[in-house]
Design a protein around this ligand. Sequence first.
Ligand SMILES: Cc1ncc(C[n+]2csc(CCOP(=O)(O)OP(=O)(O)O)c2C)c(N)n1
Length: 234
Amino acid sequence: MAFQELALPPEQVVVVSGIGCNGRFPHGFRTYGFHTLHGRALSIAQGINIVKPELSIVTIAGDGDAFAIGGGHLPHAARRNPDFIYIVLDNGIYAQTKGQPSPTTPFGFKTKSAPFGNQEDPIDICQLSLAYHVSFLGRGFSGKPNHLAKLISEGILNPCTTFHDTWKEYAAKVVEIGPEYDPTNYDAATKLIGTQDKIPIGVIFRQNRPTLDERIRVQVPSKLDLNSMLRAFR
Ligand SMILES: Cc1ncc(C[n+]2csc(CCOP(=O)(O)OP(=O)(O)O)c2C)c(N)n1
């Protein structure tokens, strides 16, 4: 729906994923796709963005892929501000490997590998992303597909109910962020994310700053002739 809304032709899109159930994502689109290594989608996507800045890149990760094995990549990607969307399908579990606790699994949640309940506290991935100063942050819910399609450039609550059934809880707590909210206000975004009893969905934070591609092409001294160096790869 998002691709259609943006009228993006398939040959101008590349979907990049790591490993996990979510990693199958590139296989579901008639676009270019790159099903990469566990936790490494951001690295591959940044490389594609530098060499082929004209492509629209959609990068996909699960909560485990993005915040466990791949957790060291987000702060550095955030400070480079590459020009692509990073969608985290947060089902609060390692689903592909059949239900081990992930970084977003609640304390005490029982799984086959944690029969006495998960003994680790979860992290708030929106709070963490905001602390890393991502230039755009949003949250959607797959129970509201039209809203989600508009928010495709955001972190997503995407319940996978097979090993951790979050659907009922999310459906009861989700509220759409109203028009009075100013997503350019960092302090307001921090406060909104701290909301305990509800799950606000929509654009949480937005900031305009130069992208990785703009930085290296515009700000690197022209004598390095970066564009012709990169053209060698095309
Ligand atoms: C280097 C490496 N370590 C571990 C694994 C095993 N593994 C495959 S998927 C996965 C976790 C997936 O969880 P998540 O990223 O939350 O995605 P989901 O399957 O829930 O969509 C793990 C640990 C792997 N494939 N590669």
